[in-house]
Design a protein around this ligand. Sequence first.
Ligand code: ZN
Length: 130
Amino acid sequence: MIELSVETRHTSEMVEITELVKEAAIKTGVKSGLVAVFTPHTTASIVLFENVDPKLRRDFLEALGRVAPADLDYHHQGENAAAHIKSSLCGVRVVVPMQNAQLMLGEWQGIFLCEFDGPRERKVIVQVIG
Ligand code: ZN
């Protein structure tokens, strides 16, 4: 198991971590298996997303903002209810097959950490199940 640290810079953003995950997976020494990527937070997520057009990331964050707007009258005391809701909707893990030390991602797929309550230092855990 490898623990990564990812620094976010904005309240809300998507940070591509595909290369970090690939390096971590290779470091484990397991060449083929399932790569589990998990973040132990309740206001961030791990997703697979299209990794070519950065404008699409903006569209995704704006769409989530329409599902859980920041300015609703939430019951939660912490002022970050919208971030908790987005995190649960998007999930905190992905699993990607690995073959001969290559992540079997599709041509347009990247692994992203979604920040919903930043900027912060986020933990990402990578474990390869061989
Ligand atoms: Zn909270």
